[in-house]
Structure formats: C-alpha cells, structure tokens
Design a protein around this ligand. Structure first.
Ligand SMILES: NC(=O)c1ccc[n+]([C@@H]2O[C@H](COP(=O)([O-])OP(=O)(O)OC[C@H]3O[C@@H](n4cnc5c(N)ncnc54)[C@H](OP(=O)(O)O)[C@@H]3O)[C@@H](O)[C@H]2O)c1
Length: 338
C-alpha cells in the first residue's frame, strides 16, 4: 500500500483539531504530514504523535508534493485552493459545502457509498453534519424496505458553527446567569437557555440552506429519485457537542420496529440503545467524543403506512465532519485512489 504525503488545512479550527486527533487514533499511514491555517494562526505549535509541528500559512506552494489534503477551512478557502491542489496532482477531501452538489464531485459517507469515490477528479466532498449521521442509519433500512418519504427534525449543537460559536454559548450563559446584557454575534438570537429555529440563511422556498442540504445531500448519497419527498426542520440548541435528530420514514415495503432494531444492531457505525421501559435511549451526552451514531425510540409511525419513527444522536464533529473525512482518507489510500 502506497503512503501519501498529507496536509491538514484548517488545522487550528474545531474540525481540524478533531481531524488531527483521528488521523492519529486511526493510525493513518503517511510519509509526511503538515498543518496549515490562515496567517492568523501561522506559527502555532501542534504536537502530533510525539513530534512538534509548526502550523504554516496556507499558500499555493504549500501543496507541492502533497497527495491528500484534509480540508476544514471554510468554503471560500477550499474554492481558492482546490485548483492549486488538483493542478499539483493532489486529492482534496473537503468539509465545506463548496463542491458537494457538483456533478463530478463524489459526496461520500465511508461504508455507505464508497464506490462513488472511484469517480473523483481530484475533489471529494464530506457531507453536512446533519446529513452524515443519518446516512449510516438510513442506508441499511433503505436496502431492506426502500425509502418512500422522509421527515427530519434536527437539534444541533453550537460546535457545528465553529469555535467562536462555542465561546459565545459560554459567554452568553455566564452573562445570562449574572443578569448582565450580552450581544450575540454568531447567532441571530441569544443561544443560552434558548432554541433557535434557524441554521444558515433562508432560501426562497422558506426552508434554510441547512435544511436543503439534508434534502439534497441525502438524495445524492443514497442515489434516491430526485422527486422523492424529503422535508427537514433544522434547529440550534444550547449544547456544545452532539446533534440529535427525530426521524420519520415511510417505506415502500412493510418493516417492523423489531426488524429495524435487528438491522441496525448489525450495521457499521451504528449502536442501538432502545429500552424505554428502563429509560434507555441515547442522549447527546452519550455521543460526545465517540464514534457511533446512536439510535433509539424505534417505533411504528402512526401517520404513515409502513412508517417508522426513530431518534438518532451523534457527535457532529466526529461522524458529522472529522471522522468521516479521515475514514474517506483511509478508503482513498486502501483503494489506491490518490
Ligand atoms: N463544525 C462542524 O460541525 C462542521 C461540520 C461539517 C463541516 N464543517 C465545515 O468545516 C469548516 C471549518 O469549520 P470549523 O467549525 O472547524 O471552523 P473554525 O473553528 O472557525 O476553524 C476554521 C479553520 O480554517 C482556517 N482558515 C480560515 N480561513 C483560512 C484561510 N484563508 N486560509 C487557510 N486557513 C484558513 C482557520 O485558521 P485560523 O486559526 O488561522 O483562523 C481554522 O484553522 C467549515 O467549512 C464548516 O462549514 C464544520
């Protein structure tokens, strides 16, 4: 197996730090590794596998000789550097939404649609965090009973909006408890002791961009018909880490809650916690810092024929971003696609 030279772009951000940690945990093979940021954090020291590295400011020349770039530095940064990376023969695995819906860019959840990786032309996209955790759950159920309609309501942690948003939750909470005024910057409304029904900007159809990402990315990853009805309501909650989702699925074929439990118990990346009699169901705290997508509250949906409702929780920074990025990196190495 060939070993790549790897660059982590956005290494000083919330997702970049997590990527760095998971590259270590998963023992990703590499020849050389480098850490890149904007000018602001250039010079920062990073300790990785017992060695000290100095974070460098990302410039086009930074990608000379780099085979795989793991990027989480925002859409405009990815757009700026993608041509430089591809021109130098590198593969960009990108966390931003910049290329996700482009025809020739595979949008991949590892172990769900790995075959799509073979079609890459230098750029591979990592899906949005709320889509990501859902795919590992929906894929095996879709294979068994065929999805006909999907409704998703999300309860998303502030870390999904980056480091500044996490700091804002802390500062806003302290100010609120002290009875002091606080000016929120990351969110349109105060986030402490509040629930905000807006993530990203509103589209013409009344949905937000975040909600439309769930609709469109789900169809692309699972190869669903473009007119399959999917609806999402995305909500920000005052939680640091972990996205939760209430999911209602209508299937073409009959499927029972017991069958769903059995299928998901044997599915990659999923852990079922579902014993309501003992108050056993997953919460965001169960998911923070660990890999599985947890599923519980599996029950027959009363509104649909062949309907199932379930509750699904995962660490948005891991499966929703960094873990899947690193899993894709491992697949690219194993499938010799760089
Ligand atoms: N947080 C999530 O759950 C999540 C999930 C999926 C996808 N994403 C995506 O991942 C990306 C990063 O998110 P985040 O939450 O980690 O944000 P963040 O905490 O704000 O970190 C941003 C990182 O990008 C770097 N950066 C910014 N501008 C740059 C530039 N011009 N050139 C090079 N590096 C630059 C920053 O470097 P400095 O330290 O120098 O500023 C920092 O390392 C975004 O595209 C986001 O949409 C996030």
């Amino acid at each position: 197996m060939r070993k790549p030279n790897i660059a982590i772009l956005g290494a000083t951000g919330v997702v970049g730090r997590e990527i760095t940690q998971i590259v270590d945990e998963m023992k990703i093979p590499y020849n050389e590794i480098k850490f890149l940021s904007s000018a602001k954090s250039a010079g920062t020291e990073i300790k990785f596998q017992g060695k000290k590295y100095i974070v460098e400011e990302a410039k086009p020349e930074s990608f000379d000789g780099v085979n795989i770039v793991l990027a989480s530095a925002g859409g405009s940064t990815s757009q700026k550097f993608a041509p430089e990376i591809v021109k130098r023969g590198g593969v960009l695995i990108d966390n931003s939404s910049a290329f996700r819906m482009e025809e020739d860019v595979p949008l991949v959840i590892a172990n769900v649609n790995d075959e799509d990786l073979k079609k890459h032309k230098g750029i591979i996209s990592n899906p949005n965090c709320s889509t990501s955790q859902l795919m590992l759950v929906l894929k095996p159920l879709h294979e068994k009973a065929v999805i006909k309609r999907l409704l998703v309501s999300t309860y998303q942690a502030v870390s999904g909006a980056g480091l500044a948003a996490m700091k804002e939750l802390t500062a806003d909470t302290k100010a609120n408890l002290a009875g002091e005024p606080f000016e929120n910057k990351c969110f349109k409304k105060p986030i402490s002791f509040n629930v905000i029904p807006q993530i990203d900007v509103f589209c013409e159809n009344g949905y937000t961009k975040e909600e439309m990402k769930v609709v469109n990315e789900t169809k692309k990853i699972l190869h669903l018909p473009s007119d399959l009805p999917i609806s999402c309501t995305a909500v920000r909650v005052p939680v640091y880490k972990g996205h939760s989702e209430a999911v209602d699925i209508e299937f073409e074929k009959e499927i029972t809650p017991d069958e769903v439990r059995e299928i998901l118990k044997n599915s990659f990346g999923v852990k079922v916690i579902d014993n309501p009699d003992n108050y056993e169901y997953p919460t965001t705290r169960d998911a923070a810092g660990v890999d599985p997508v947890f599923v519980g509250r599996i029950r027959k949906n009363l509104a649909f024929k062949n309907g199932i409702s379930l509750w699904c929780v995962a660490d948005n920074l891991r499966i929703g971003a960094a873990l899947n990025t690193v899993r894709i990196c491992r697949k690219v190495i194993e499938m010799d696609l760089f």
